[in-house]
Design a binder for this molecule. Sequence first.
Ligand code: VG1
Ligand code: CO
Length: 544
Amino acid sequence: MPSIKIASHPFSDQRPGTSGLRKKVQVFQQPHYLENFVQATFDSLPDRHGKTLVLGGDGRYHNDVAIQTILRMAAANGFAKVIVGQHGLLSTPAASCVIRKYQAFGGLILSASHNPAGINGDFGIKFNTANGGPAPEKITEAIYTRSLHLDEYFISDSRDIDLATIGQQHIDEMQVAIIDPVTDYAELMASIFDFPAIRALLCNGRFQMRFDAMHAITGPYAHEILEKRLGAELGTVINGTPQPDFAQGHPDPNLTYAHDLVEEMFAENAPDFGAASDGDGDRNMILGSRFFVTPSDSLAILAANAHLIPAYQVGLKGIARSMPTSQAADRVAEKLGIPMHETPTGWKFFGNLLDDGQTTLCGEESFGTGSDHIREKDGLWAVLFWLNILAARQQSVADIVVEHWRKFGRNFYTRYDYEAIPMEQAKQLMSGVEARLAELPGMVMAGRTITYADNFSYVDPVDQSHTTGQGLRIGFDDGARLIYRLSGTGTDGATLRVYIESYQTEESKLLDDAQQALADLIELSDSLARITEITGRDAPTVIT
Ligand code: VG1
Ligand code: CO
C-alpha cells in the first residue's frame, strides 16, 4: 500500500474562526499540525470517497508545502480527483467559482486573507462545501470536535506533484488536474458584466484607473481581466506579481494599508477610479479621485444600480448584510420593495440565503461585497460592478455617491480596531458592556435616546440553526448604532472592533467629515465600554 498511517496526537486549538483556521506559520509548521486539521476535516465528510476536491491558495509562504501534503492526504483518504490551480494558486472567489463550475464535492482554500505572510506571518486553511461557500458552523464544529481526539492520519508516500505544468497527473489512484487559475473566473466575470461597455470606458483616452493587487493573489486575475480582456492601459495594475511574503506588506485594502494606491488617488492629478483587493482576493476598496467609498455605502450603491448590470437586470431577490455593516443598504431594499437580511459576521452565514434564492447581493463593512454568482465575497467582481456602473452612468464616483446620499440620506460610518489586546482585558471590557445592556434602553447618551441594547443572535431562516453571541449592539432613536465585537480571525491576543454609525438626511451636512460627524458617538464608545481605562490604549490601532 502506498498509503500509510501516521501516528500523531490531538491539538486543542484547531477551532475554525470567522473564516477557517488561522494561525502563525510556525504553528502550522509543527509536526502533524496541518495534517491533523486536514484529517479532522476529511473525517467530518464521510461521503468523500470517489469525489472531486478543489485545492488552491493565495500563494503565501507555506502554500506550496501545504498543497503537496494535502494532495498526498487526499489520495490516501479516497478522493478520486483534485483540481489544483497552477503553482497552487487560486483566489478565494476563483476557488468558489471552480468548485461550482466543476460540481466538486468541496474545496480547501489556503489563506489567511489580508494578514501578513512570510515565516513570521500567518497561514490559514478552510473547507468550502459543494455550493462553493465556507462550511457552515455545523461542519466547522464537527471538524473541531474531531481534531480534539484525532491521533492518526493517512497520507500517501508518493512524490511531489509538478504544480507548474497544466494537465493531468496522478498520485496513486487519484487524478490531479492542474488548471489555469484565472480562466474559469474570467469567463464568469464576462458572463455577468457588460464587457464591451467597460472596454469602451477604459479605452476612451480620458478615463484613468489604477488597481492595486498589493503583491497578492489578484495580480494575475487583474492583469488578465482589466488589461488583457478589457484593454486597460498596461500599468493600470500595480503590485501585480504575487509574492510569498506579499513584499512584507499587509494586503488589506483600506486607507491605512493600501498606501501606494491611496497616495496616487488623493494626489493632484488623481485617476478617475482606484481599487485594491486583499491577500486572497475576496475584499475590495473603491476610490474615486480624492474620494473614498465606504464598503457599506458601496453595497447600497451596487444595489441601487444593479439594474444597469446585465446579470442583475431582472431585479434583485433581496439584499443581505452582516449585522455591523451600516444600514445604508436597508434603505435601498425598502425603496426596491425587496427583503433585507441581517446576519452574523462572516460569509458562511450568507450561503443558505443565496442557495435558497432569498438574496442576490451580500456585503460586509469589512470591504467585502458579492452576489449569488459564487458563494464567497469577491474583490474583482466589485471592481467590475463599479466600472460597469461608471460606464453606464458616465459620472464620477463622487457624483454617484453624493447623488445616492441626497436620495437616501447618508449613513456616516467608522470602525475602530484595537488589535492585540490581552484576552483577559477584552473579556472584561465586553462583559462590562454586556452587564449594562438591560439598563441602557431609555437612557439618553450622545444626545440620543437608546431604543435597544442586546447581544446579537441569529436564526437561519433556511435551516433554523441558531447562532448566539455575535456582537453587542446599542441602537438609538435616530438610527445611530454602536456595536462591540471581538474578532474571530486574529492570531495575536484579542482584537476589539467598535462599529459606529449615524444617519443624516440634512442636505447641508451630507458632505461632512465622517470622523467629525461621529465625534460624539466615538467618544461615547470609549467611555461606555471603558476602553482606555481597561486597555490603556488611547487610540485604536486601525481606523476604517
Ligand atoms: C473579519 C471581518 C469579517 C470577514 C472576515 C473574513 O472577521 O470582520 O467581516 O468576513 O474577516 O474576511 P473578524 O471576525 O476578524 O471580524 V477575510 O477577507 O479575512 O477572509
Ligand atoms: Co480575504
